[in-house]
Design a protein around this ligand. Structure first.
Ligand code: GTP
Ligand code: MG
Length: 420
């Protein structure tokens, strides 16, 4: 990660609203872009918003706005302009041409990839970012290598490996193919590990939600995992899994995942497929939302749509309204049977969350009555170790008990089930 330069690059942010009525939404998206820029080590100098019904395909914004941005850059020595929506390579070229030679134009996705490059820790995470940058950012920045190296590899040009900007398309293609192959190999290894975990029959639970909702804080509060939680967007990129023991004595595997954000092009979501596989393979999804955020419902909507995009719609879902310590006395959520208000910081509501989780697990398990013969005592310890056992009675035929079993447990003691 030696390419990280903690230079405060000042930038101009550009948003588009189709109509005046869309301005508030445009502003709040720009607020988010400003936070993204801050996370990437930059600072917003000014905002420019274009209200326009029809977009000019050449530059997206009108020539008047281009001139305004160009003057702002020239008069204030600004060298970075960030558009809050996806731009094509041609649009970036045209905008840079019109705004001025020394100015670099990037879009929202390129900025997000830049943050991913800063935050990726695992080898697989870094490879995924590098691949996404080669596929998305590099073609858009093609041919600007010389000027960018003058800028010192700032925002929009950072990569985890020696990504930088490849000017040779052929080289780029070969590199993409090589990275894809390495990632496929890693995915195969992951699949083998997953298959081993599946054999254990343990239920998999994934924390998902908008970036900064408090997923990592919850993982830490519930399992003492000690993962990084920060007031930054995309603090987590690599998934972490920990065992969580419920009050009943049963255990689940709880995984923290990368956060979601609006306007993330779906090909970028796909690029992080192997990280997001944890979501696809989970049995239960805990959708975490920051209950204090004015955009709460939009955040939940974005989360739902990414989950859908990942094809993970067949899951049992529990909604977690987090950060409730900050909203004393106010009602903040519909109190549904699959929703719970908590605080990952104070621990408020976590007991209820665990009970909801136990309830949800009943979807996968069933309660049975069994009589285990005295000659099969070893099965009893297997049940005590892995499942919740109750109503134990020593009767003439053996040990009578009730137990909530999953398919695997049922396989092990099935012939002694007398009811259920
Ligand atoms: N007051 C309060 N702050 C919280 C709570 N939960 C999380 N936070 C804060 O919110 C910020 C983000 O928390 P994280 O746990 O890093 O959020 P995340 O969802 O993992 O975010 P990404 O990994 O960036 O997607 C941190 O500054 C936390 O301290 C809470 O219940 N109450
Ligand atoms: Mg996190």
């Amino acid at each position: 990660m030696d390419e990280i330069k903690l230079v405060k690059s000042e930038a101009i942010l550009v948003g588009i609203a189709e109509r005046g009525a869309d301005l508030p939404e445009c502003e709040s998206s720009l607020d988010e872009l400003e936070r993204l820029l801050d996370t990437a080590g930059g600072k917003a100098f000014a905002r420019v918003i274009q209200v326009k019904e029809k977009f000019d395909p050449r530059t997206c914004i009108g020539s008047g706005k281009v001139k305004e941005i160009s003057e702002l850059c020239r008069n204030n020595a600004i060298e970075l302009v960030i558009f809050d929506f996806e731009l094509t390579a041609a649009q970036i070229r045209n905008l840079e041409e019109d705004i001025g030679e020394s100015v670099m134009v990037i879009d929202r996705s390129m900025l997000i990839l830049d943050i991913f490059a800063l935050h990726a820790v695992s080898g697989e995470g870094k490879l995924q970012v590098e691949l996404a940058q080669l596929k998305y950012s590099a073609p858009r920045l093609m041919g600007r290598g010389a000027e960018l190296s003058r800028l010192g590899g700032g925002i929009g040009t950072r990569g985890p490996g020696e990504t930088k900007l490849e000017t040779d398309r052929r080289h780029l293609k070969a590199k993409v193919a090589a990275l894809e192959e390495r990632l496929r190999e890693m995915e195969r290894n992951r699949a083998v590990m997953r298959a081993q975990r599946d054999k254990s029959g343990i239920i998999k639970v994934a924390l998902v939600g908008y970036t900064n909702a408090g997923k990592s804080t919850l993982l830490n509060a519930l399992t003492g995992a000690g993962v990084l939680s920060e007031d930054k967007l995309f603090a987590t990129l690599d998934p972490t899994t920990r065992k969580l023991t419920l009050p009943s004595g049963e255990s689940v595997l709880l995984t923290d995942t990368v956060g979601f954000i609006r306007k993330l092009p779906h090909h970028l979501v796909k690029a992080f497929k192997s990280t997001l596989d944890e979501v696809s393979y989970a049995d239960i999804l805990l959708i975490v939302a920051d209950a204090t955020d004015p955009e709460l419902s939009e955040h939940i909507e974005v989360t739902r749509s990414v989950v859908e995009e990942l094809g993970a719609t067949d899951k049992v879902v529990i909604y977690i309204y987090n950060k409730c310590d900050l909203i004393q006395g106010r009602t903040i959520m519909p109190d549904g049977h699959n929703a719970v208000a908590v605080s990952g910081v104070t621990g408020f509501g976590l007991d209820k969350l665990l009970l909801k989780l136990e309830e949800a697990m009943l979807n996968f398990k069933k309660k049975y009555k069994l009589i285990i013969p005295y000659s099969e005592q070893s099965l009893l310890s297997l049940l005590y170790d892995n499942y919740s056992v109750e109503d134990v009675e020593y009767i003439e035929e053996g040990i009578s008990l009730c137990c909530v079993l999953d398919e695997r447990g049922k396989g092990a003691v099935g012939k002694y089930i007398i009811e259920g």
